[in-house]
Design a protein around this ligand. Sequence first.
Ligand SMILES: *Cc1c(COP(=O)(O)O)cnc(C)c1O
Length: 360
Amino acid sequence: MSRVYNFSAGPAMLPEDVLSTAREEMLDWQGSGMSVMEMSHRGKEFMSIATKAESDLRRLMAIPDNYKVLFLQGGASSQFAMIPMNLATTKKQVDYFNTGAWSKKAIAEAKRYCDVNVVWNGEQGNFSATPEAGDFQLNADAAYVHYTPNETIGGVEFPYIPDCGDVPLVADMSSTILSRPLDVSRFGLIYAGAQKNIGPAGLTLVIIREDLITDSLDYTPSMFKYSIHADNDSMYNTPPTYAMYLAGLVFASLLEKGGLEAMAETNQRKAEKLYATIDNSSFYQNPVEIRSRSWMNVPFTLADSELDSVFLQQAAERGLMTLKGHRSVGGMRASIYNAMPEQGVDALIDFMQAFASEHA
Ligand SMILES: *Cc1c(COP(=O)(O)O)cnc(C)c1O
């Protein structure tokens, strides 16, 4: 067996120790005689898996007691609708930052349910920056403020958490959650599709402050109500059991590896050396302003885009896969989430340097 370094933006690499445990437990989970996939979600075996996944996540992220953790489905994309349907009920005005492709999708969906005020728009600047703290004016009467801390496609990351006073802050953390320690108490709601830094696709994580779990808009489907999922401990219907199990293995693995402090240290080092390689070469370029560069998604272009396909082909020959940039940006993108080993980044850097000197 040989595993490649997969730089995909998502679904992305999973820690190898997690995959090995899943393989060992595949046919017979801890003497139960069945696979986790075959278990009743209400049986005591699966309940213990779900309980441990939640408590490990709470420990990992230091989630305060007045927050609910929900294991949902429908991807981060469903949250684009679920958030306004549940949080913009009495107040109809909401504030959104537009820092890239995912912000735009969240805004388009929210507009169907409430009055969206775009407080800062990075589109004119080709989504290569985030606002300075003084560059925007928030509405003190908004139901919530929404932002995308890390834009997966543009590789743009907020270097700080916006201060919204008493207005709840809502964050699409799909591509940055678990990459470093986070002060959860600054947020009203955090959500993330699992397939980047948590586990397999099919699971969506929501961390919501309890006082925000209230009435929804009248026509909200039951499956789109936070209250229903919170009242039923994420077991209103059959949850994505196997994805929850794998996410639980990831949480346990991260705790064992030193938690989010340790992740932050490695992630920062991985990102800094990759950006240094780009900056120290006239062959590669990254379009993002330095203070807003993502630790997780690193887009870059080659001096001559005619070389893109040769670059991708030679990279693949070395086991460096899925480096093609998003179609809207072009060039390359290296996604270097928690599960990308530092050796993978080193191998990419070696290849980039060799390629540049051959083609400069
Ligand atoms: C991947 C991604 C999404 C979409 O997630 P789905 O689970 O596919 O709906 C939304 N927001 C961000 C920031 C992402 O990276």
